[in-house]
Design a protein around this ligand. Sequence first.
Ligand code: FER
Length: 288
Amino acid sequence: MKLHCWKDIDYRGTVVRVDYEALDIKGMPWMKYANVYLPYGYDETKSYNILYLIHGGGGNPDAWLDCSQIKNVFDQAFYEKIAEPFIVVFPCFYNLIPSTRKVEGVDAYFEGSQVLGFQKELREKVLPAVEGRFHTWARSLTPEGFKASRTHRAIGGFSMGSCATWYAFQCNLDLFSIFLPLSGDSWIVEPRGGKDDAERTAALLAEKVKEQGYTKDDFSIFAATGREDIAWENLTPQIEAMKAIPEMFDYSEDLSKGNFHYVVKENAVHAYEEVYHHIWNYIDRLFV
Ligand code: FER
């Protein structure tokens, strides 16, 4: 895999904040925000591809930007024309202030329910707020407008954000066509189901594609993790079980072939500063 190397870039993108109203854990309106990266030279007369990139457990809209060199990945890739400039959105999946969560470790069922619940917020609140303010391929802020532009929209995330990415695959396939689950398995069956019930996880994911009215030609998955990452043992069995359904998940090591890829970074642990390298590695293959 290609590793990212930090480079000073003359022309940098900017990060702006988009506020939007969502619902808190009691169902009451409350204000949230997403950070939005606009590539250098953002021109509102053009239509941009867009990536939604989700934080891990305990994170927030600043986590990716604070804990990795992800901004430099985009600045550099766009400056060097490795990829066409796209917009990147860093939302937050929680519907309560993270500091009020359990501090002693992660409650998997609670985290999983937050990530699943966020799918509705993405559809109804985040996409309209962001794509209403910046110019993407969505020609209207309606379900039809988002559906018609789904090939220009990607979603990815780290850890619980990877779980969110798998949930988007199973219930928001009409919004997104490109998926980057990084260091987290699908919890479609149960927490850690990618490990404990890999076959059923893979079969259900395949079924969800059909249920949503799509085929294997309608998506691509760029999964990744690290060999020393705590998610490796959860994600790898799921990937293997998905490979066993090639009529839906057409695996290829060649990123220009198939619809399904998995890269494991040697010596890498469960951290933003490790997984962000995978975005650099995949960046020229996302919107092609
Ligand atoms: C996984 C391993 C770890 C996973 C999530 C985590 C969704 C989350 C850990 C944390 O938030 O500390 O396979 O899958």
